[in-house]
Ligand binder design. Structure first.
Ligand SMILES: [Zn+2]
Length: 623
């Protein structure tokens, strides 16, 4: 049983006086001086109902010209987003209000003539209608802000402090962020030590419900935006506290002074990790659906694990960031896949998931991995490097040519953990490898693929070259047998769904073919994505394709009636046998005591003096 924490409900009032909207010819008024900082921003929301925010920024002029840029992407979400397209009405002036010439030097860069002024005041508006955790969104009653799409900064002063002051509409009441407080102590002012921290610190403003607990004296908060009146915030906080406790126990300490989970109940999904916070989107009704709530707990666990794995223990290349170009790493499978593996495992260790629920989540990840034909085309390392053009830009052929480094990365984490436990005779685990990697590579230096493998081998006390060559750098079919044997598990036997129904290998949406599975009857049969499927064997498509194939066994010839460019055409092909295979894991009833002990150790926290904790001590002393 977990004991429930005592929870405080906080509401910090940060509202201030309304200010006039930014016009193209603003009246001169007092500005905060740049005061040695890289930039100083004041955010206002006079047109919140039209989804605009307004920024007044003061930059010290360090030369004849001041060059500003807006980031192109948000770390953690690997695609160039061109946030500058939402910037408008940008004007520059001296602190006295004299206009300064501005020209564009790139789509996301502005150059200001600053020869005759000590400070440059820049005003601009941002249209904020984002729908994801990597964008900003402003509405009449609330704002969800991310740094990258909001703050222009001076190209040569990224390492200077960035001050931010918020002047919120009166009704918004609260503000929550992981940004460090301003030395002035004003509740609505913050000071990021550099641009990275500003980008890494999303902000919620509006009517918030904020819950707090401490772990070894370190404050942790959970802020809900748009919580329905009957939302049981205390229960969510108790469960998220259990996650934070189990995760901190895993890593052995906290690398932050305080941490905040920012949760927006806006009906969307997704999460993004940050160094002292995480931003999560969820449905306001999650508490009415156990599955949805468990998924949300999985999201909270995933994002919090990132506080260590990727935000600090990071692949070489992911920091310091180039905010204008894609940066490649072959190690997103470690950053995302192993985070997914541990997110589930720590929910069991936090006693929020049963063993059965954990097996179910792992089974779905195996199914997803095995369903993608692309697993034979693109390795985990290649899929990591191609995230920018594959994972974040999937096309109709995606599953045929790519690998999901989240699901396959988690599955390979499960297999790698078992391999380390086997090779070390149960004395070490992937847990120890993660902690040793953290110790070595969470500072200035990121890890390479070779360095991560070396850490695993060191902890295992044995080479793992064959494992990494086949399953990480290569595209060999995963071998589940050693892990299943170690933990006393097996895949449940099941017949394919409807073995009598033949398969074509297409997905159809709204009558149009959206995907064709590599190697299926439709593949290479002059059936292409975008064709409209009208009928099979003279029967009009009204429901699902499966409905039309009922009673047609594998091997039977069928005739598809298709439309392409408004011309009808017929294609004959032979149906294939279903390829469904069950990947539902279950405990073997005849599992040995040793296998059950391994499973218990995997799912439970290592006890002081246990083989795992002794192995950790051994790994530390070997450095
Ligand atoms: Zn992640």
């Amino acid at each position: 049983m977990r004991t429930l924490p005592s929870i405080l409900v906080l509401a910090a009032c940060t509202s201030g006086p309304a200010v006039p909207p930014i016009g193209l010819d603003p009246e001169p008024r007092p500005h905060p001086t740049a005061d040695g900082v890289g930039s100083s921003y004041t955010l206002t929301f006079p047109e919140a109902a039209a989804q605009y925010l307004e920024v007044e920024a003061v930059f010290p002029a360090t030369g004849d010209e001041l060059e500003l840029f807006m980031a192109g992407w948000t770390p953690g979400s690997y695609r160039i987003r061109d946030y500058a397209r939402h910037v408008e009405a940008l004007v520059a002036s001296t602190p006295d209000g004299d206009r300064l010439p501005v020209r564009k030097s790139a789509v996301n860069r502005w150059v200001i003539d600053a020869a005759d002024t000590a400070d440059v005041v820049v005003r601009y508006k941002v249209f904020a209608d984002g729908t994801s955790v990597r964008e900003s969104r402003v509405e009449a009653d609330a704002a969800v802000l991310n740094g990258a799409p909001t703050f222009l900064t001076a190209i040569d002063r990224l390492d200077r402090p960035h001050d931010v002051r918020f002047i919120l509409p009166d009704a918004w009441a609260d503000l929550a962020t992981g940004l460090p407080p301003h030395p002035s102590g004003e509740p609505s002012r913050f000071r990021a030590p550099d641009f990275d921290v500003l980008v890494d610190s999303p902000i919620l403003a509006g009517k918030l419900s904020i819950l707090e607990w401490t772990l070894d004296g370190t404050p942790h908060r959970l802020a809900h935006l748009h919580a329905p009146p009957d939302f049981p915030g205390e229960r969510t906080a108790a469960d998220v506290e259990a996650i934070s406790r189990a995760t901190v126990a895993f890593w052995g300490g906290m690398p932050y002074r305080d941490y905040i989970y920012l949760n927006v109940l806006n009906g969307r999904g997704g999460g993004l990790e940050h160094k002292t916070s995480s931003l999560m989107f969820a449905h306001p009704d999650i508490m009415h659906d156990d599955d949805a709530y468990k998924k949300w707990l999985g999201l909270a666990s995933h994002e919090f694990f990132h506080t260590w794995n990727v935000k600090r223990l990071r692949p070489e290349g992911l920091g310091p960031f180039n905010y204008e170009q894609p940066v490649l790493t072959p190690n997103l499978w470690v950053a995302e896949g192993l985070t997914s593996y541990y997110a589930d495992l720590l929910l069991v260790r936090a006693e929020l998931f049963t063993e059965e629920e954990w097996l179910s989540r792992l089974s779905r990840r195996i199914e997803r991995t095995q369903a993608m034909k692309g697993r034979k085309v693109r390795s985990l390392e290649q899929a990591s490097e191609d995230a920018w053009i594959k994972y974040y830009q999937p096309d109709a052929n995606h599953d045929n040519v790519s690998t999901d480094y989240y699901s396959k990365g988690a599955v390979v984490g499960f297999l790698l953990d078992a391999e380390i436990r086997k090779k070390s005779g149960g004395w070490a685990s992937l847990d120890d490898a993660m902690r040793l990697a953290y110790k070595r590579y969470s500072g200035e230096r990121g890890y390479t693929a070779a360095a991560f493998q070396e850490v695993c081998e060191e902890v295992a006390g044995s080479p793992l070259e064959d494992f990494f060559e086949r399953f990480v750098r290569g595209t060999a079919e995963l071998d589940y047998a050693p892990a299943l044997e170690l933990y006393g598990l097996r895949f449940a036997h099941s017949e394919p769904n409807d073995p009598e129904i033949g398969q074509i290998g297409i997905q159809v949406s709204g009558g149009q073919i959206t995907r064709i599975t590599r190697g299926s009857p439709a593949w290479g049969a002059d059936v292409i994505v975008g064709d409209e499927l009208i009928a099979i064997d003279g029967h009009r498509l009204k429901g699902s394709v499966r409905d039309l194939l009922r009673g047609k066994p594998p091997g039977q010839q069928v005739e598809l009636l298709l439309s392409r460019r408004d011309r009808l055409r017929k294609v004959r092909l032979g149906l294939a046998a279903p390829t469904d295979q069950s990947f539902t894991l279950e405990p073997r009833p005849d599992a040995s005591l040793e296998a059950r002990t391994h499973r218990t150790r995997l799912l439970g926290q290592p006890r002081p003096g246990s083989p795992e904790s002794r192995a950790a001590a051994r790994a530390k002393s070997s450095e």
